[in-house]
Design a protein around this ligand. Structure first.
Ligand SMILES: [Zn+2]
Length: 233
């Protein structure tokens, strides 16, 4: 069981829990343009609107729960004895609430705030505003949602890059295949590795995978992970 497994998750895994995604065709996220609510420029233009937008998303987390796919991953992490890296593009905390640990959130997290002046990051469940104080420097006005916006560099790219070189099995779950750099991971994978794409339907990068399975995440994720764990017994 000395294998290395890399799991990359995208919006598709949280969709069945009722989390709305902004990477859809419309270019809108809950009726706001992406430029307004998901870019540093948008935040500079209208920080109140951006705070209000993410405050709502953060509050909505209280009304959603993890689904079978999140639980299957958390369970897999507990019983698999090799090295396991779980990377998500999602900003919700459904993996953690299902019991996963050491989840790398490439695009940040709703329940985390970032200070724009000192880069201090803090777990944050409440509403953010211009009067939220940075706990480190006791200054107001510098706290923002710790979300990686368009034009910003995703987190943990070095960790991903390094792990991809030694991965034996790469599993991509519910990722659109069009959001880079994550969409490019499959092409950075060491050539000997096995790769499985789990998704609702084919994506632009399906042909790069050695196997593809299509269906609801809550069904195909538990089934596939069971097979994988059996294969390593
Ligand atoms: Zn600060």
């Amino acid at each position: 069981m000395g294998a290395n497994i890399f799991v990359l998750c995208g919006a598709g895994i949280s969709q069945e829990s009722g989390i709305s995604t902004f990477r859809d065709q419309s270019g809108l996220w809950e009726n706001h343009s992406i430029e307004d609510v998901a870019s540093p420029e948008g935040f500079m233009r209208n920080p109140e609107l951006v705070h209000q937008f993410y405050n709502l998303r953060r509050r909505q987390l209280k009304s959603v729960i993890p689904n079978k796919a999140h639980y299957a991953l958390a369970n897999f992490q507990k019983i698999f004895s090799g090295k396991f890296l779980l990377v998500t593009q999602n900003v919700d905390d459904l993996h953690e609430r299902a019991g996963s640990c050491n989840v790398l959130h490439m695009h940040g997290q709703l329940r985390q705030a970032l200070c724009t002046s000192c880069k201090f990051q803090i777990y944050y469940e409440e509403d953010l505003s211009l009067s939220t104080e940075c706990e480190k420097y006791k200054k107001k006005g510098s706290m923002r949602p710790d979300i990686v916006w368009f034009g910003e560099v995703p987190y943990f790219l070095d960790e991903c890059d390094e792990f991809l070189q030694t991965t034996d099995l790469f599993i991509s779950i519910g990722t659109s295949g069009s959001v880079y750099p994550a969409a490019g991971f499959i092409q950075m994978l060491n050539p000997k590795a096995r790769s499985i794409e789990l998704n609702l339907c084919r994506t632009e990068i399906s042909s790069f995978f050695s196997e593809t399975r299509f269906g609801k995440a809550s069904e195909i994720v538990p089934k596939t992970l069971n097979e994988v764990i059996e294969g390593y017994k």
